[in-house]
Structure formats: C-alpha cells, structure tokens
Design a protein around this ligand. Structure first.
Ligand SMILES: Cc1cc2nc3c(=O)[nH]c(=O)nc-3n(C[C@H](O)[C@H](O)[C@H](O)COP(=O)(O)OP(=O)(O)OC[C@H]3O[C@@H](n4cnc5c(N)ncnc54)[C@H](O)[C@@H]3O)c2cc1C
Length: 304
C-alpha cells in the first residue's frame, strides 16, 4: 500500500503552537484502511490529530509520527453522524448545523480533530464530545485488530477517556445528534465564537489552548489570574493578557521556553495555594536534558 510519507518533516508547520523540531518520518493516511495498515505494520509510532493540544519538542523526534489530518471522511444520515478520526471539529460543527442537528455547537471554536477530542473528552460551553457519542471503532494496539466499543465502555470523565490508557487508537466515531431549528443552532455557534474572540487567543497567535486542567471545584485560570500570571512574559513567550491559563508563542519560541513558563506558573500556584496543577497540554518528542528536568516537575508520570 502506498501511503504518503515525508522524511525530516518540520512538525512545527503543523502544530497550533508553531513549535516542534524535525521528525524522522511523518505518515499521512487518508483512509481507515491506510491507517489500519500503518498501525499493523509500524513497530513504533506516535499518533496525532490536529496537534492543537500538544507541545512538541524543538529537539524533534527520531521516529514515526502518524498524522490523521488527511482522514476527512464523514457522513450524516438522519440524526446519525459517523466521522473518521481526522475530521476537524469546527467543520463537523458547521455541517451538523447545515443539517439542522444540535450537539456539536461547542466544537466550533477550537481546532481539534475527532480523535483528539475523544482522547481528551473535549468540552466547553456546557457541551462535551462524549454527550452525543454512541460507539467507537478502535484499533486494539496489543491484539493488532479493529474492535468496537460503546460509549459506556469508553471511561469518559473530565478530560479523560480510555484512549489515554494507551491500548487503543480511535479510527472513527458514531454520534446521535438532536434535530433542532437551524437558526437557533447557528445562533449558539455565533455566541460561542463571540465568546472565544473576546476571551481567548485566536490561532493567528500560536497557542495550544488551556495549559493546565482545572483542579476539582476550581478554575486554573482563576488561580493563575490571582497570582498575577497575566504579567508573566519572557523574550519569546507570554501568558495571554485576557486569559491566564493560555501561553502564547510571541515569535520563534522553543519547547523549552514554554516548559519554563509552565514551571513558573505551576510553582507560583503551588506556593500560593498548595495546589499542584496538572498540565492539559501534552509534551511529545525527544527531550533535551533541560526538558527532562522541567518535565519531571510538570509531568511526574511517564510521558511519550
Ligand atoms: C485556541 C484553542 C482553544 C482550545 N479550546 C479548547 C476547549 O475549549 N476545550 C477543549 O477541550 N480543548 C480545547 N483546546 C485544546 C484542543 O483543541 C483539544 O484538546 C482537542 O481535542 C485536541 O485535538 P487534536 O486533534 O488537536 O489532538 P492532538 O493535539 O493532535 O493530540 C492530543 C492527544 O490526542 C491523541 N490522539 C489524537 N488522535 C487520536 C486518535 N485517533 N486515537 C487515539 N488518540 C488520539 C494524541 O496521541 C495526543 O495524545 C483548545 C486549543 C486551542 C489551540
């Protein structure tokens, strides 16, 4: 099977942070068959979607990365929506609206793929990717075969799903949305977009969404705001001035610049509130020595 592959690929052209070094081989499957073929034949790989929740090491990665962004197939049949893992959330949100289907309005404002959204159980504006999910088609990494799981088997929780246990890759997902008035759905989409514009950096300012998860019954943004994080700035990165839980790449930042800023934010919250924030942004790639040290503070559990 001939599958598109680029060697020595500058992954930063693909990440929402515009950070990341060279990757030995990047694979771009277009269909489920191509993805399954790769998953069966590559010994080792990192699979990513739209790279909007990751910090990729500027040191690069000496291995295989599978990017699902060319897997763009989806179908809408009545209230049923079936989408490949690479389909982008904002596109599906708009297509669902055109079909007078409600349930995906929240997806409009952030650039995740369906695979990345299910991995993180992405949510906002009172909606969540798992709300309307029915079942998933997965690849079982150990057995090297395609399996099916109902929503109840996906172990969803706040920013959690079974995919984080490292045993499965999402191939596609089936949802059951609700019929509604198209104008009302569009109005909710517009409201969500207006909220984003007012409170969060646009993608023209490279970032990877919320840096830390919300601690139980609190908000990471509130804690960070209280300790004055909005004033934190270095030569190449800064905390976004309208939301203290976002780091933006001012120009030419490296992954070390971001990790250092994350440690500064983490330490200030720990000292002031005795709370250890958990990063929402996922670090990926071959670490430098300094990155090893910084990641030990931020990610005490093993990273990819
Ligand atoms: C401006 C901005 C705003 C954001 N706002 C929000 C928000 O409001 N709510 C929210 O929840 N998130 C938000 N995010 C974060 C991010 O967009 C989401 O987490 C999104 O779900 C990530 O999807 P992705 O395709 O980019 O995943 P990636 O960043 O490519 O990958 C994230 C993780 O998912 C895994 N993964 C990806 N595809 C698959 C698959 N097919 N099978 C198994 N694992 C897979 C990867 O291995 C990786 O560990 C925001 C990001 C930005 C830049």
């Amino acid at each position: 099977m001939q599958i598109e592959c680029r060697e020595n690929y500058e992954i930063k052209t693909h990440t929402s942070f515009k950070i990341g070094g060279k990757v030995n081989k990047v694979w771009f499957p277009k269909t489920q068959e191509e993805l399954v073929y790769l998953l069966k034949s590559l010994k080792d790989y990192i699979l990513l979607g739209n790279c909007s929740n990751i910090l990729f090491s500027s040191n690069g990665y000496d291995g295989n990365v599978i990017l699902t962004t060319q897997m763009k197939n989806f179908e809408i049949d009545g209230t049923k929506v079936i989408a490949d893992c690479g389909v982008k959330g904002p596109l599906l949100s708009q297509k669902a609206c055109e079909a007078s289907l409600s349930g995906f309005e929240f997806m409009i404002g952030f650039p995740g793929s369906i695979g990345g959204e299910i991995y993180m159980n992405a949510s906002c504006h009172g909606q969540c990717i798992s709300d309307k999910l029915v079942r998933c088609t997965l690849f079982d990494i150990e057995k090297k075969e395609v399996v099916y799981k109902e929503k109840s088997e996906m172990r969803f929780d706040y920013r959690k799903s079974i995919l984080q246990e490292g045993k499965y890759i999402l191939i596609s997902a089936e949802f059951d949305l609700e019929k509604d008035n198209k104008g009302d759905i569009q109005a909710r989409i517009d409201k969500n977009l207006a909220f984003r514009k007012d409170k969060q950096p646009s993608l023209a300012i490279p970032n990877a969404g919320s840096v830390f998860k919300n601690p139980e019954n609190d908000s990471a943004g509130r804690l960070l705001d209280n300790i004055g994080a909005k004033t934190f700035e270095t030569e190449r990165v800064k905390v976004f001035d309208k939301h203290a839980n976002f780091i933006v790449n001012k120009d030419g930042a490296t992954s070390e610049d971001v990790l250092e800023m994350m440690v500064k934010m983490f330490t200030a919250v720990k000292e002031n509130y005795k709370i250890e924030l958990t990063p929402e942004v996922i670090f990926i790639g071959d670490k430098t020595e300094k990155e090893e040290e910084l990641c030990k503070i931020l990610y005490p559990k093993k990273q990819k």
